[in-house]
Design a protein around this ligand. Structure first.
Ligand SMILES: Cc1cc2nc3c(=O)[nH]c(=O)nc-3n(C[C@H](O)[C@H](O)[C@H](O)COP(=O)(O)OP(=O)(O)OC[C@H]3O[C@@H](n4cnc5c(N)ncnc54)[C@H](O)[C@@H]3O)c2cc1C
Length: 359
């Protein structure tokens, strides 16, 4: 008897079951696209569970225009994706799944019970009810293009797919599963990678006005980035926290991210010429030549798959047809306040919508 069985390729293999992968699977289920989610960790959404100290600030209740104005360098690339999947659509989507929500005064949105698990469970329930196959505890180790489609390899089996969506995340918090595999697969298939930098991370200082207050949080605070000539380049009103290593909190994170992008556009400059001035309580602390904490501790990865090799109208590779990207695997990042999850959701939706054929 001939036992050789020809495998029917699945229409879409989603690699990574984090924010982008879960959202992509939900959209695929809604559009009746047969798909499978393959996740490295034992459960879906490990990083989502950690967001906003376990509370999950999943978006910000603002218009798509305001979102894009705030988001910075990636705005042009993500514009179509965000306009089609704006924050308010994400909010109504969670409401329709029965998730009770809480809106902060500044528009940041959380599940009302303050539990990120509520968001992850909402995805889990939806995918279970839709019968989406989920293979967890299963790192994908290789992706090989065929003619047509792809062979997706794990340590235990291979799977044929017509399309592959890389939703494997950035490289920060690697214990939560995002270790740069998607970027490696993309590079192996001919994509360029923009070097990684930490985004939204604390700044080191041994200023005793900071270190002796380690553990204190100042909500009514601000921070600004100052150029060598004293000019303010960026300013943000928001929380400043004192830590044993230095400063953190939303105002510091956004200043640090501003500096990374500012220096990237000016390779001749060094952080040494810049300072961050934090105002909290009665203190005004200036950190010259600010040094960020390591990438592995960052909220977001700056860098990743280069955007000029990905079609923003489809999220499809311009190099390998049928290969799609969503979320932090791409060189996209936003400020604090729900922007990064929104970017993951919106790019995932765009990719799946284009696979569904409704570009
Ligand atoms: C501490 C912390 C707090 C944050 N708070 C917020 C917040 O409040 N609001 C906000 O908007 N953003 C926040 N972020 C950022 C946000 O969590 C990320 O930007 C977002 O999760 C990115 O989504 P993603 O799907 O691209 O990646 P991830 O959510 O990281 O998902 C990638 C998934 O791919 C899996 N994977 C990786 N490699 C493989 C492989 N080879 N095979 C199979 N699976 C693989 C990983 O295990 C992971 O589950 C926070 C981040 C951190 C670290």
């Amino acid at each position: 008897m001939n036992t050789a069985v020809r495998q029917t390729p699945v229409r879409l293999a989603i690699i990574g079951g984090g924010a982008a992968g879960m959202f992509a699977a939900a959209v695929a289920a809604e559009r009746n696209i047969p798909c499978v989610v393959i996740e490295r960790k034992a459960r879906l959404g490990s990083k989502v569970l950690m967001t906003a100290n376990g509370r999950c600030n999943f978006t910000k209740d603002i218009s798509a225009d305001q979102f894009l104005a705030d988001v910075g360098p990636a705005a042009a690339f993500v514009a179509q994706a965000v306009r089609e999947c704006p924050p308010r659509k994400i909010i109504s989507g969670f409401k329709s799944l029965g998730v009770r929500l809480r809106r902060m005064e500044d528009g940041r949105m959380f599940p009302a019970d303050g539990k990120a698990a509520t968001i992850v469970h909402a995805f889990g329930d939806l995918l279970r009810e839709s019968g989406v196959p989920i293979i967890s505890n299963c790192p994908v180790v290789g992706i090989e293009p065929q003619k047509p489609g792809f062979v997706v390899a794990t340590r235990n089996f291979t799977l044929c797919a017509e399309n592959v969506l890389l939703a494997t995340g950035g490289v920060s918090y690697p214990k939560l599963g995002s270790v740069g595999d998607g970027q490696r697969f993309a590079a192996g298939l001919g994509h360029s990678l923009v070097p990684y930098r930490p985004g939204l991370i604390g700044l080191e200082t041994d200023d005793p006005r900071v270190t002796r207050r380690a553990g204190q949080r100042f909500e009514d605070a601000s921070a600004r980035v100052v150029a060598g000539d004293g000019k303010t380049l960026y300013e943000y009103r928001g929380e400043v926290d004192c830590e044993t290593f230095g400063l953190s909190g939303a105002a510091i994170y956004n200043c640090q991210r501003f500096i990374e992008h500012y220096l990237r556009g000016r390779p001749d400059l060094k952080a040494a010429g810049l300072s961050v001035e934090a105002v909290f309580g009665r203190e005004c602390v200036r950190v010259d030549g600010p040094k960020p904490r390591p990438l592995k501790e960052a909220i977001v990865t700056i860098g990743g798959v280069a955007l000029d090799e990905v079609n923003p109208a489809t999220m499809e590779s311009r190099i390998v047809p049928g290969l799609y990207f969503a979320g932090e695997v791409l060189d996209i990042d936003g400020p604090t306040g729900g922007y990064n999850l929104t970017l993951a959701f919106a790019t995932a939706r765009r990719a799946v919508a284009s696979i569904a054929g409704s570009i």
